[in-house]
Design a protein around this ligand. Structure first.
Ligand code: NAP
Length: 248
């Protein structure tokens, strides 16, 4: 049977690179996005043009009903789910903790944490051998920020990734005997559009000298680690983290 993957936030950046690599590895891919329909449909069209199967589905992972509809749409379009990449994530303008307000914290945690939890729930309901599923794999996209804390930039975002790390550890142990592996990647400074949301599109250029490898990473370098964790090559790996950070 064809493996089927949902990749959240796959209209650009790390999610789009992961969608392309997953399709090249034989997955039928559900390309989730929130707003940028044209970009998501381009990713799906590129996959189809290369001989793969993909469907682009709009859903805001911060909205539970959207997540439920996303998974149901994928069931109908592509068949039984075997993989989830919890990639959708946001950050906001760089500022110190003393300037943060609760509304911002709610936006960050609603997408980065609650979205990942609800997607994981839907995936487990489908993949768990205890519920008649065939097993599968989940990869959560955390961040090196969970270890470093992002002082002066976005401690809220870093803390949301700390929650993702704990979700990874707990869920991995909870569902290991049901045939589901749960792992995470922690990217470092990756050249994508997310940094513009923080108000500094060239952030990776500023910080590259602080990286032992003296450069930022690419979305595809993160995608390769994600695909390895999803694959049978990682069959005895669960509750683990791959830091894709150039040594930082
Ligand atoms: P990006 O270029 O900003 O892309 C974010 C993607 O997520 C877009 O496809 C966006 O869709 C989607 N998205 C945002 N909010 C969503 C929501 N509520 N529901 C569904 N989709 C949503 O970001 P990226 O750099 O590729 O980051 C991907 C992941 O890697 C994030 O979890 C991020 O925290 C993590 N990460 C990134 C870096 C880095 O340096 N880039 C480092 C560490 C971790 P629309 O365009 O349709 O809004």
């Amino acid at each position: 049977m064809t493996p089927v993957a949902i990749i959240t936030g796959a209209s650009r950046g790390i999610g789009a690179a992961t969608a392309r690599r997953a399709a090249a590895s034989g997955y039928a891919v559900c390309v989730n996005y929130r707003r940028d329909r044209a970009a998501a449909e381009r990713v799906a069209a590129d996959i189809a043009a290369a001989g793969g199967r993909a469907v682009a589905v709009a859903a805001d992972v911060a909205v539970e009903a959207d997540v439920v509809r996303l998974f149901e749409t994928c069931d109908r379009a592509l068949g039984p789910l075997t993989a989830l990449v919890n990639n959708a994530g946001i950050l906001e303008t760089q500022m110190r903790v003393e300037m943060l307000d609760a509304a911002r914290l709610q936006r960050i945690f609603a997408t980065n944490v609650i979205g990942a939890f609800v997607c994981a729930r839907e995936a487990v309901r489908r993949m768990s051998r205890g519920r008649g599923g065939g097993g599968g794999a989940i990869v959560n996209v955390s961040s090196g920020a969970s270890r470093l804390g992002s002082p002066g930039e976005y401690v809220d975002y870093a803390a949301s990734k700390g929650a993702i790390d704990t979700l990874t550890l707990g869920l991995a142990r909870e569902v290991a005997a049901e045939g589901i592996r749960v792992n995470a990647v922690r990217p470092g400074f990756i050249d994508t559009e997310i940094h513009a949301s923080g108000g500094e599109p060239r952030r990776v250029d500023r910080l590259r000298e602080s990286v032992p490898m003296k450069r930022g990473g690419t979305a595809d370098e993160v995608a390769r680690a994600i695909l390895w964790l999803l694959s049978a090559e990682a069959s005895y790996t669960t509750g683990s983290f791959i830091d894709v950070t150039g040594g930082k």
